[in-house]
Ligand binder design. Structure first.
Ligand code: ZN
Length: 465
């Protein structure tokens, strides 16, 4: 009796299983592939991010890496996230890489995100922030050679991620970690004595988990919004994101960890300046990711929608020839280099740019939206976008082109480094127009409408009318 019941039971279970499997369409899963390449310069060269350095690099703390996560949905739509231990891609380089990705793999700009961790212990890239570094011909040649090689490596890296795609499950959720400090509204010098910290902040740790169909974790993409400026010495390193990635890869052998930078332009990891602190923040971030990986995550339906556009942001307060000449005479350092360069441009019959094509990107993976924006994005954007799209939204800054700081209307009014003087550091000829935030948000809303993505605030406003 017992045996026959067992037989009926097994028939139900296994027979049902076969029926269930054969009833499925050909493929109802994601395909995903991941790849990485070491991009540590082979020779000593100039380091990016700080104008005060007076010599090229001296050694390596840990390797710099570029990584790619390729995803394909059930309709064959593809999207590739490239993350890098670099300060930020300048436009020329990003355009060249994305052109090649389009030609070689059919990936349009909408389908590629080129993000950088904003490490300040990585190499200077071609045509990026040249005014602030004391570069001679020899150093410039090294930068150009490294940059050309890096472009090849990223194209090849993307190809490998696409080639390696296999059936996968993709999950997403946000975690939290609180080592970012709003650097505009708290004194770094007093950080050890402050009993409370001023915001605004966004402590979210967005996490994407990718497993094979057997449940083995093979890719972890995660982010945080905070400057990678714990370290400012002369050794190559990925700063705290470098440590976070290494830590996760140690905890999950066989998995590749990819860090993307969020809206961290006005956030610093404080206190800072020691390798031990960089390691501590890396471990804290890895622990936050680890917690998300081990709790229940939202499984994403295998559907990708990608949208991208560039919005012309106006540049105002551009000095004329007389003002530039005065500044060239009366200033020093990078201010003087900036003034002289712009003056030369005008004298040789050229024009200074009055607007800039700013990259705005919106992905939807299953029901999860990701907004990827260019430049050094301040935290106000993440806060505002989460009001619009919901708190589960993933926000990336430092994506596709890092041309300058991107202040909100508030920070533009307040001025300071992120609101005003950072423009000269980046070599732009003037300030951003007062409508910068309105234009960027409007473009994201336009992309959301094109993608059929609902917007919460718009709904609220409509229902209030
Ligand atoms: Zn920065």
């Amino acid at each position: 009796m017992r045996r026959s019941l067992l037989f009926i039971f097994s028939l139900l279970v296994f027979g049902g299983g076969i029926f269930f499997t054969s009833a499925q369409p050909v493929r109802q899963t994601w395909k995903a592939g991941v790849s990485e390449v070491i991009i540590t310069p082979r020779h000593s060269m100039w380091m990016a991010g700080y104008g005060g350095r007076d010599k090229p690099s001296e050694g390596t703390l840990h390797d710099l890496r570029a990584k790619a996560l390729a995803l394909e949905d059930i309709s064959g739509n593809r999207a590739v996230l490239v993350t890098t231990d670099l300060l930020g891609f300048p436009k020329g380089m990003s355009d060249r890489i994305r052109d090649r990705l389009n030609k070689e793999y059919g990936l349009t700009k909408a389908r590629v995100i080129l993000n950088s961790s904003h490490t300040h212990t990585g190499p200077v890239l071609a045509d990026a922030l040249y005014d602030i570094y004391p570069l001679d011909e020899n150093e410039l040649r090294k930068i150009e050679a490294y940059s050309a090689e890096l472009e090849d490596k990223i194209v090849e890296l993307t190809g490998r991620a696409l080639d390696g795609m296999k059936p996968a499950k993709v999950f997403a959720n946000n975690g939290v970690v609180r080592f970012q400090v709003n650097r505009r509204n708290n004194s770094e010098a007093l950080i050890d004595r402050l009993t409370g910290l001023n915001g605004p902040n966004d402590y979210a740790v967005p996490v994407i988990k990718v497993e094979d169909t057997g449940g083995k974790l093979f890719a972890i993409a995660f982010g945080y919004a905070c400057h990678s400026t714990v370290l400012s010495f002369y050794k190559w390193s990925g700063d705290y994101p470098g440590f976070a990635q290494l830590e996760l890869e140690k905890s999950y052998p066989g998995a590749t960890a990819l860090f993307f930078q969020g809206a961290g332009a006005d956030m610093n990891p404080l206190p800072r300046k020691t390798v031990e602190l960089a390691r501590q923040y890396g471990r804290e971030l890895a622990a936050a990711v680890d917690r998300v990986l081990n709790e229940e995550m939202t499984e994403l339906e295998p559907v990708i929608v990608c949208n991208y556009d560039e919005v012309e942001l106006s540049i105002t307060g551009i000095p004329d020839e007389k003002e530039l000449a005065k500044m060239a005479d009366n200033s020093t350092g990078y201010n003087q280099k900036w003034a002289k360069r712009n003056l030369d441009e005008l004298k040789s019959g050229g024009k200074l740019i009055t607007s800039y094509p700013y990259p705005v990107q919106l992905w939807q993976l299953g029901n999860r939206q990701i907004v990827a924006l260019g430049g050094e994005l301040v935290v106000d954007y993440a806060i505002r976008l989460k009001q619009l799209f919901g708190h589960q939204l993933f926000v990336m800054g430092y994506s596709n082109d890092v041309m300058s700081y991107i202040p909100s209307a508030r920070i533009l009014r307040e001025g300071g480094y992120e609101g005003a003087s950072g423009q000269i550091v980046y070599g732009l000829p003037g300030m951003w127009g007062a409508d910068i935030e309105t234009k960027i948000i409007q473009k994201i809303l336009d992309l959301a409408e094109e993608s059929g993505i609902p917007v919460q605030e718009a709904k609220l406003i409509e229902s209030a009318r």
